[in-house]
Design a protein around this ligand. Sequence first.
Ligand SMILES: NC(=O)C1=CN([C@@H]2O[C@H](COP(=O)(O)OP(=O)(O)OC[C@H]3O[C@@H](n4cnc5c(N)ncnc54)[C@H](OP(=O)(O)O)[C@@H]3O)[C@@H](O)[C@H]2O)C=CC1
Ligand SMILES: O=C(O)[C@@H]1CCC=N1
Length: 282
Amino acid sequence: MNASALKIAFIGGGNMASALIAGLAGKLTAGANIHVVDPNAAALDKLRQQFGVSTAPAADAALGAVDVIVLAVKPQSMREVAAQLLPLLNPAARPLILSIAAGIRAADLSRWLGGYGAIVRCMPNTPALIGLGITGMVAADGVSAAQKEAADAILKAVGATVWLAHEGLIDPVTAVSGSGPAYVFYFIEAMQQAALEMGLSAQQGSELALATFVGAAQLAAQSSEPVALLRERVTSKGGTTYAALSSMEQSGVKDAIVKAMKAAAERGRELGNELGEELGGA
Ligand SMILES: NC(=O)C1=CN([C@@H]2O[C@H](COP(=O)(O)OP(=O)(O)OC[C@H]3O[C@@H](n4cnc5c(N)ncnc54)[C@H](OP(=O)(O)O)[C@@H]3O)[C@@H](O)[C@H]2O)C=CC1
Ligand SMILES: O=C(O)[C@@H]1CCC=N1
């Protein structure tokens, strides 16, 4: 499969699909090679104008002529979407199905698609929009080496990829990096609020909080030292950082974050159980 000429269809053109399309169109493959199916006319107009993709309001014959079909609808819509897709799947072309849905297990998707085996489950994140995403991925047994390469090329076009040893690790990845940008935005919002309450302008608080996040993240990414050591270097004995971190420890911030992330992973497992028939914990 020649990655630069890949024909890719997206079923669902919402937040995550748009972020992926923005990273892919005109880079990995031409916008004209991308087809997007979504019932929302306004969302499709925007994608067509921005990236030159073709669009349709419902699953159509174009799905029979692509190499990869990305399923980018809500987990709750997956079963219905599989039923719409099944009659349009071209068995001769045997396209790769790339599911980005939280929770939905490959075995359930395969059953809904009449026993289809060429399925890769992946968990991207929205920084894909600017090429800085990271995606955890796992391939079902029916995926060929060329399809695995194509899946990797698609997600690498929007950031980094991490292949997982087994599907049970997708829920933890969802909790760490899939949902992760929201935790970071939440922390930035809190810093902006504090800045405002302490007398800085909204503009100054925003600039200071954002630059601090970008700088600290880049420093951690570029450093060979543990993050804990970088934190200690900011924390002078009896100083301001110590006061802040002590307050966070007293409030149980770290424990709360760990607990919250475990809740996210658990919600992924729950979604799989609620919406599918396969048992979790693979
Ligand atoms: N947002 C994120 O950061 C991430 C999301 N994901 C996963 O991506 C998937 C999509 O999430 P997200 O983009 O946030 O959701 P959105 O709601 O933004 O996008 C889903 C889109 O699919 C459309 N849709 C619904 N039914 C159909 C159908 N039958 N055919 C075609 N399109 C349909 C929806 O239309 P309508 O609104 O009218 O229902 C909507 O526009 C989820 O499964 C989620 O778990 C994974 C990683 C990160
Ligand atoms: O919140 C969600 O369920 C999706 C999956 C990861 C990020 N957004």
